[in-house]
Design a protein around this ligand. Structure first.
Ligand SMILES: [Zn+2]
Ligand SMILES: [Zn+2]
Length: 367
């Protein structure tokens, strides 16, 4: 639906319906006043231009990929592999097991069909159907651009390094770069706007791993670099990627598990819940699978009895969420969350909750 297709009266009615509803609600007064008074206001007061710039670069990258035929790569088979990792039989089975674990040993007791669970299911279905092709196109385009711009980055084939070691290096390198990209998501405001929807979940659960803005994948493309560098020596198999995705998914589950001593190395549900905590900084425990990066960068906060059941979400609900209001209005909220990154910036509520030391002098974090 295009806003520009609407008459002034339609816009006013839409604005009235939307007013007070987070992302769309914040756009609504702009639309209403524009329609009513016909006054021209700068574009920057109607949309968040840095988010538009990120969208433009992402789609520009896909355009380059399409133009170059993805360097001869087979788009369909690559996309099928991505889909197998995201929603193939093994991944669905693993998620089913995690759903049972959530019922057996929940961190927070809540119904199976809680609002947040239903909403994340929409993200899961949408992601499996429509985001997978975008991720495949972005990934192939990025790899093609990197190989063309920096051909020396691809190391020659070495006969002496065992394949298991190559796979281990790619795995650890990918996880480290995912950590850095995730850190950037919390520190670069334009990226935070896309990452915000993931942190808006108040009923954290295993399906929350799917609760991401489609364009956030642009920020994680850098994690493809280790695989590109070692391309001639080995690649991560689909099985390894399914295991990696399973670790990341399980970290989001509403399960009270800390993994014991293994929790010092692997990201557990209790560890990642602290990253989503409502009352505290969220630029901690940024690791995807390994906790070593958080420990190296002084960002690891290990679970305690108090943190295991801590509430999650964003203080002040800067982005509309399904838990607000009498009815969940899932599809309306879903749409609003997708356009959320482009809403004008409100400095008093739209900044990410970060550690005190990370705040710019005189800057108030979201409260
Ligand atoms: Zn995060
Ligand atoms: Zn998360």
């Amino acid at each position: 639906m295009g806003w520009t297709d609407m008459s002034g009266r339609q816009l006013e009615r839409r604005a009235g319906v939307l007013a007070g509803g987070g992302a769309v609600g914040m756009l609504a007064p702009s639309i209403a006043s524009a329609a009513a008074t016909r006054t021209r206001r700068p574009l920057s007061s109607r949309v968040y231009l840095p988010a538009c710039a990120i969208a433009a670069v992402a789609f520009g990258l896909v355009g380059i990929g399409l133009w170059t035929g993805f360097g001869g790569a087979d788009f369909t088979s690559y996309m099928t592999n991505v889909r197998v990792v995201v929603a193939g039989p093994a991944s669905l089975l693993v998620i089913g097991v995690f759903l049972i674990a959530e019922r057996v040993r929940p961190a927070q007791r809540r119904p199976l069909i809680a609002r947040g669970h239903r909403h994340d299911l929409i993200f899961a279905v949408f992601g499996s159907l429509f985001v997978v092709p975008l991720v495949a196109a972005l990934s192939l385009s990025f790899s093609e651009v990197v190989r063309n711009a920096l051909p020396w980055i691809v190391l020659p084939r070495s006969g002496v390094v065992p394949r298991w070691l190559v796979v281990a290096v790619i795995f650890v390198g990918m996880d480290g770069l995912n950590f850095l990209a995730h850190l950037a998501n919390h520190r670069v405001l334009a990226l935070w706007r896309f990452h915000e929807v993931h942190h808006s979940q108040e009923d954290l659960n295993v399906l929350s791993v799917f609760r991401t803005h489609p364009l956030i994948h642009f920020s994680y493309l850098v994690a493809l670099v280790p695989g590109t560098v070692l391309l001639a020596n080995g690649t991560l198999s689909t099985t390894v990627l399914v295991v990696y995705a399973a670790i990341v998914a399980f970290a989001h589950s509403n399960t009270n598990l800390g993994f014991g001593p293994l929790g010092r190395i692997l990201v557990s549900p209790n560890f990642h819940r602290i990253h989503h905590q409502l009352d505290g900084p969220q630029d901690v425990n940024l690791g995807f699978a390994l906790t070593i990066w958080d420990q190296l960068f002084g960002r690891a906060v290990f679970p305690t009895e108090e943190t295991i059941r801590t509430d999650t979400g964003l203080p002040g609900r800067p982005l509309i969420v399904e838990q607000a209001g009498e009815r969940p209005r899932h599809f309306y909220v879903f749409f609003a969350q997708l356009i959320g990154p482009f809403r004008p910036l409100n400095n008093s509520t739209d900044l990410p909750p970060v550690r005190e030391s990370a705040r710019a002098p005189g800057h108030q974090a979201a409260a």
